[in-house]
Design a protein around this ligand. Structure first.
Ligand SMILES: CC(C)(COP(=O)(O)OP(=O)(O)OC[C@H]1O[C@@H](n2cnc3c(N)ncnc32)[C@H](O)[C@@H]1OP(=O)(O)O)[C@@H](O)C(=O)NCCC(=O)NCCS
Length: 178
């Protein structure tokens, strides 16, 4: 009997949109799929979206958006990475690596010399493994009604294109986090 050919290696593509329905397709419709509800933070949607499909099904996502920040006294821009998600039944197969790589490939074309993300402490080793490094400086972010709060999650950074060192000093986001 003829054998099925092995399935093609998954590839990441740019997504034309990423709504709550697409997120639910990946993570299910739970109340707190990213495990960050206890922070009480409000978040910005992302502007560019990258995903992996298995057949008709979306199984992984990473999003990007440009953010204004100050590091120490210096204003600059970073590419914020967020909404990283892989469907529970296909985790541990490199799909987060694949979709984050696609997002960072695009980040290289956007101008800012650094990408930044926020994650729960248990994910620090995973992101370190993917070339990100944790920042120990305080990171202040905006919240509704002009409130400023210290980010309670871990902040991680990576230079998407030229190994630019992250500048010294406390970090201030001039927006909600992404
Ligand atoms: C976090 C999440 C995206 C990871 O997805 P995944 O597809 O299982 O991750 P990958 O298989 O691509 O793993 C990425 C790499 O990290 C490595 N890795 C995983 N856990 C690790 C750990 N604890 N320490 C070091 N490396 C680790 C993997 O081996 C892999 O490396 P490799 O490509 O060299 O083998 C997924 O668990 C998820 O969607 N969780 C819920 C939503 C969430 O919390 N998102 C994060 C928002 S910041």
């Amino acid at each position: 009997m003829a054998q099925n050919p092995s399935p093609a290696a998954p590839t990441a593509v740019r997504l034309p949109r990423y709504t709550r329905a697409e997120q639910d397709e990946i993570l299910g419709g739970g109340d707190d799929p990213f495990g960050v509800a206890s922070t009480g933070l409000s978040w910005l949607p992302k502007e560019e979206h990258f995903g992996v499909r298995h057949g008709d099904r979306l199984v992984a996502h990473a999003g990007l958006r440009r953010l204004s920040v100050a590091v120490g006294e210096t204003g600059t821009e970073v590419v914020g990475v967020g909404g990283v998600a892989v469907a529970p039944d296909v985790r541990g197969r490199g799909l987060a690596r694949l979709v984050i790589s696609a997002a960072l490939e695009h980040a290289r074309t956007m101008g800012p010399r650094h990408a930044l993300l926020f994650c729960r402490p248990p994910l620090v080793p995973l992101y370190r493994h993917l070339g990100w490094r944790p920042l120990d400086e305080e990171v202040i972010v905006e919240q509704p009604r002009s409130r400023l709060v210290t980010m309670p999650l871990r902040t991680m950074v990576t230079p998407p294109r030229d190994n630019a060192p992250w500048p010294a000093g406390p970090v201030r986001l001039f927006s909600l986090p992404m």
